[in-house]
Design a protein around this ligand. Structure first.
Ligand code: NCD
Ligand code: ZN
Length: 346
């Protein structure tokens, strides 16, 4: 039986929701990850430091007894975010980034930014104070093919922004394409990217395997096999600008299995195990620890965790669904097997 011991990892892109949904999903993350960058796309969104600190308190209150987990908060940028918010966020010591959602790009992004030029003073202040910008990198132009939206965003928005503000630190979230890899790996210092397990393990065929598969729909949408293979090759060769971000994004079953099912894949129930599968498939298990537990902390200027996780290659069957308040939550691989199991935490 193969086992792997790694330093305790962090999740650098996570949706925890609120209320009963938060209580349902938080234990999965807290059992695996020491910290997580928590996305602010609640409804209404977390648009100020004050709201982020209140949300943080709700997360801490929802933790299972004895859990050791630190939520790293983010603030949702709108066209009206005042530049003064950046200093408030920095001074809090609890807010670790600002999230850029192009308005309309994804779930709960309606109040996002309509044009980055509108928030240039905020971004300038972030560059001055060393605050990280987390970017949902897709254009919203309906004329652009859905599979090309990440690449167009890099050309039209991200590359010019990186050049205009050379000190601004940015994480391009949940990258899905060779275009994103080329950009991030070839860019100036201060740029990095997160990669999800779904984009390492599945290509767009998974959206249509045996019928329309709403639980495989997320944004950015799954891409072609060549893109997936390039992502897996890049993370498994140890690129230090790439790190773990599950983008675990829970939605009630009825919201996914609908005429207009919403975007988001829930993967926190196997949030490190799925990456172990991907790295094992590439013959690069020894590179998992740096991707999961070193690169992100180093980029954010936070200490690496103490403590370890032990993963064992021992298949287990994922339940068909988990409780989710008064609803059901269908996890990635529902009713199927995950090849790795979490066997110890020390
Ligand atoms: C996320 C969600 O549901 O909040 N959905 C998703 O498909 N990833 C939003 C996001 O990160 O785009
Ligand atoms: Zn997300």
């Amino acid at each position: 039986m193969t086992t792997l011991v790694i330093r305790r990892p962090d999740d650098w892109h996570l949706h925890l929701r609120d209320g009963a949904a938060l209580r349902a999903v938080l234990p999965f993350t807290a059992a695996r990850f020491a910290r997580a960058i928590v996305m602010p796309n609640l409804s209404p969104p977390v648009t100020t430091t004050e709201l982020a600190l209140a949300y943080r308190r709700r997360i801490l209150a929802a933790l299972p007894a004895g859990a050791q987990f630190e939520p790293l908060m983010t603030v949702y940028l709108t066209d009206h975010t005042p530049p003064e918010e950046v200093a408030r966020a920095r001074a809090s010591g609890r807010v670790h980034g600002f999230k850029l959602y192009p308005a309309g790009a994804t779930t709960h992004s309606e109040l996002g930014v309509s044009d980055v030029r509108r928030i240039e003073p905020v971004l300038e202040r972030m560059a001055e104070l060393g605050m990280v910008l987390e970017v949902h990198g897709e254009v919203t132009d309906p004329a652009v093919d859905v599979f090309d939206r990440e690449a167009r965003f890099i050309e039209r928005v991200l590359a010019p922004l990186a050049a205009r503000l050379p000190q601004l630190r940015m994480v391009l979230e949940h990258i899905t394409t060779r275009a994103a890899l080329d950009f991030v790996l070839g860019a100036r210092a201060g740029l990095a990217a997160t990669v999800t397990p779904q984009h390492l393990l599945m290509n767009r065929n998974a959206l249509f395997a045996g019928g329309l598969r709403p639980h495989h729909f997320c944004l950015p949408v799954l891409k072609a096999e060549a893109e997936r293979a390039a992502l897996l090759a890049a993370v498994t060769r140890g690129e230090s600008r790439l790190f773990l971000g599950t983008d675990s994004a829970p939605h009630a079953r009825h919201a996914k299995e609908a005429a207009a099912g919403c975007a988001g894949i829930f993967c926190a129930h196997a949030g490190i195990e799925l990456y172990a599968e991907a790295f094992a498939a590439a013959g690069a298990l020894e590179r998992l620890e740096a991707f999961a537990s070193h690169h992100g902390a180093d980029f954010y200027g936070l200490p690496r965790n103490s403590g370890t996780l032990t993963l064992t290659e021992q298949p287990w069957e994922v339940p068909a669904h988990y409780p989710f308040g008064n609803d059901e939550l269908v996890p990635l691989r529902a009713g199927e097997r995950v090849a790795w199991r979490l066997t110890e935490r020390a």
